[in-house]
Write a protein that binds this ligand. Structure first.
Ligand SMILES: Cc1cc2nc3c(=O)[nH]c(=O)nc-3n(C[C@H](O)[C@H](O)[C@H](O)COP(=O)(O)O)c2cc1C
Length: 362
């Protein structure tokens, strides 16, 4: 039995949160094998102000406290988003709070932004200051804060110097009230203040791209507003999107009743539709990162055609294992050859308009 397979089998038997802790420990110890193949030049993407070796990123929530960003690059990711982090440390919700829906290849989590806090995370990131690789930070607000916007500003001040990009997370379903920041007036004020904080934090350094991460549960009129406000503030990109509070038909009907955000394969259709809807509204004003249910090369390529310049994944790793990143690259290269594409950017958004004309996914 290969290394990957043995590790995956072990992890699949454990409680979901224990398995996650063990995976982080294995990465820390350097025990996991690395993908040594250099990426072919045709997978390169210019994005986030940098040249990325490939468009596949690790989504927020796996390495919440920035313990293993460099080890994650060894698995083949083109960029890594650490966090979500909150200004003050907080424990999150009581366990159990992370559930694997094996039959659906989905995950429900209600972690509630458990974080060691911005200071600890900033120190860890500072200690890898000159290491290569594009690392971004996903920032949120403390559960008991009185001024949520001030929390984002505090995170930016503490963390911007140590990362390549910043993601403003207004879409975690497990912090009461957080998603209300997607409403037009609230978002307008939030973006004004976080962009100001970003500009101040970046004075002596290159300006850090600022991304907004939205929920796949927005109504289309709300999405109109969000994209309109985002364009006015000239943000640098959007991540579409976070976990869903909706419950499509799931085989694991008991676990489906758990409160929290659903991710993984059952999120693919909704998140890809929202990605296409966002793409047609941005009219190229800023690039999109597609996330939600990517567990194969075909799913990754579908996200790109729906409008994603970059992609991110998390839940797919749980079910497909760490070989997934390499498998997606192989498949993307095949799709490029078949479609006679010199670069993936040629396919971005190609299917977006057609997707928006389909019946709404259920
Ligand atoms: C356990 C878990 C924790 C997560 N934590 C965060 C987080 O802190 N901040 C955030 O913006 N998204 C978080 N997410 C959402 C993911 O970044 C991603 O947007 C979502 O899971 C969809 O991608 P996937 O289907 O590939 O997992 C989390 C997801 C999971 C499964």
């Amino acid at each position: 039995m290969g290394w990957y397979r043995a590790a995956d089998l072990l992890l699949s038997r454990l409680d979901a949160e224990d398995a996650h802790r063990l995976a982080i420990r294995a990465l820390k110890s350097g025990l996991l094998p690395r993908d040594r193949r250099p990426d072919p030049p045709s997978l390169r993407v210019e994005a986030l102000g940098r040249r990325l070796p490939n468009p596949i990123g690790l989504a927020a929530g796996f390495d919440k406290n920035a313990e293993v960003p460099d080890q994650l690059f060894r698995l083949g990711f083109g960029f890594v988003e650490v966090g979500g982090v909150t200004p003050q440390p907080q424990p999150g919700n009581p366990r159990p709070r992370l559930f694997r829906l094996d039959a659906d290849e989905g995950v429900i989590n209600r972690l509630g932004l458990n974080s060691e806090g911005a200071e600890v995370v900033a120190q860890r990131l500072a200690s890898r200051a000159n290491a290569p690789g594009v690392v971004g930070i996903n920032i949120g607000a403390n559960k008991d804060t009185v001024d949520r916007t001030a929390d984002y500003v505090a995170c930016i001040a503490a963390l911007a110097p140590h990362v390549t990009f910043l993601t403003v997370n207004v879409s975690s379903p497990n912090t009461p009230g957080l998603r209300n920041l997607q409403q037009a007036a609230a978002l307008d004020e939030l973006l004004a203040r976080v962009i100001d904080a970003r500009d101040r934090a970046s004075e002596a350094a290159p300006r850090r791209p600022l991304l907004l991460k939205i929920a796949p549960d927005l109504s289309l009129p709300d999405l109109d507003d969000v994209v309109g406000v985002a364009r006015r503030h000239r943000i640098d990109g959007m991540i579409v999107g976070n976990t869903t509070i909706s419950r499509p038909d799931l085989r694991e009907s008991e676990k489906a009743k758990e409160q929290g955000g659903l991710s993984g394969r059952p999120l693919f259709a909704l998140s890809t539709r929202m990605l296409a809807e966002t793409y047609v509204r941005t009219e190229g004003a800023f690039p999109l990162i597609g996330a939600g249910g990517i567990d194969s090369g075909a799913a990754a390529f579908a996200k790109i055609k729906a409008g994603a310049s970059l992609i991110q994944l998390y839940s797919g790793l749980i079910f497909r294992g760490i070989g997934l990143v390499g498998a997606i690259k192989t498949d993307l290269l095949d799709f490029m050859r078949i479609g006679r594409l010199d670069s993936l950017s040629e396919a971005v958004g190609r299917d977006a308009a057609a997707i928006t004309a389909e019946p709404w996914p259920t």
